[in-house]
Structures are given as structure tokens and as C-alpha cells.
Design a protein. Structure first.
Length: 190
């Protein structure tokens, strides 16, 4: 092999190895925190053409309207009483290595995203890995907060997850009339 070919081959191999995801390099998590990732909400007034965003709403004097409070999390005092119980549907996505042991939990949570379905509810899309060789029935707890204050708490009774399986699910939060800027979901068992 010529020196140039050797260097080119070595760089290609390094890039290929660097780009390949390593399952062992991923940190196991039994909890995930996720902030709302929506772009800046905006509304275009059809009569005036004015675009309203959190940056320009509420510039008038007088008591704030419910729409103004939606952009000012600290002025919202509403919350959902009690603890909501959910039984989400799961979607099997892939197999994961069976690695449960002293340093790896039986179940761990993967990437999560918090978003609002306009006119409906806040939701967290969440991924769960069963790292064991046995089926499990996970129990999760999710807290939807606004400026650090609890808006809704929910217990999530996940259906049975097969051995060595990665699943996805949607966990619903409060109605979008209540502002949520953060969600925290954690594994309670196993």
C-alpha cells in the first residue's frame, strides 16, 4: 500500500469507527429531564397582519389576559390536583443488548422530547430499554412543571416489555391551557 492510500484508508476507518454509535458508551439513565423544545410560539392576526410572540405580547396596561399568562410562567398558579394514572401504548422499536447487572439498571430511559399538541395536551415522547433477559412491567413517574412549580404529576403503568427490547411511548400531561416548560420522568420500578 502506498503512503497516501494508507493515510486515506486510516482516516476513513477512523471516521467510520467514530460515527458508529457505541451501545456501551451510552450512559444508563433511570430518569430524564426534558424542556419544551417548541420554537417561539407565534400568532398572526388575520386582520392587522401583526405577528404576536412571547416577546411582544402583554405590552399594554391593565390586568393580564389568559393569553398573556401563557407566556409568563411565573404568573400561572393553576395545577392539576392529585396524581393521574396512565397506561400508554408501547411501540417495539429495536433489540438492545442484555446488560443488566450491578452497574447497569434493568430498565433505563432514553431520549425524550416535550411538546404541545395545540388545543389538546402536553406530551412527552419517551424511549425505554429493557436491559434484562426477562420481561418487565415498568412503573414510571412523570412531573410536568412550570417555572419549577408542579403543574401535573402522573404515574405511568407501562405494559409488559419483552426481554432485551427498546420501546417508545407517549406520556400525556396537562391540557395546553396550562403552561409547561419542563418534564421529569423517572423509573420507580423495577
Amino acid at each position: 500500500m502506498r503512503p497516501r492510500e494508507s493515510i486515506a484508508w486510516g482516516m476513513a476507518a477512523a471516521l467510520a469507527l467514530g460515527a458508529a454509535p457505541s451501545v456501551r458508551a451510552q450512559a444508563a439513565r433511570s430518569a430524564v429531564d426534558v424542556s419544551a423544545t417548541q420554537g417561539v410560539p407565534q400568532y398572526r392576526d388575520p386582520k392587522t397582519g401583526q405577528v404576536w410572540t412571547p416577546l411582544n405580547v402583554g405590552g399594554k396596561s391593565g390586568p393580564p389576559t389568559p393569553q398573556d399568562r401563557a407566556f409568563d410562567p411565573l404568573s400561572q398558579a393553576a395545577s392539576v390536583r392529585g396524581v393521574i394514572t396512565q397506561r400508554p401504548s408501547i411501540v417495539p422499536l429495536a433489540s438492545v443488548p442484555v446488560t443488566a447487572g450491578p452497574r447497569m439498571p434493568i430498565v433505563n430511559l432514553g431520549d425524550a422530547s416535550l411538546s404541545a399538541v395545540p388545543g389538546k395536551r402536553w406530551q412527552v415522547v419517551l424511549y425505554l430499554d429493557n436491559n434484562s433477559a426477562n420481561p418487565v412491567l415498568p412503573l414510571l413517574n412523570c412531573r410536568f412543571t412550570n417555572g419549577g412549580q408542579l403543574v401535573e404529576q402522573t404515574h405511568v403503568l407501562v405494559p409488559q416489555v419483552g426481554a432485551g427490547l427498546r420501546v417508545g411511548m407517549v406520556i400525556y400531561g396537562p391540557k395546553t391551557e396550562l403552561f409547561v416548560d419542563h418534564a421529569n420522568c423517572a423509573v420507580k420500578s423495577p
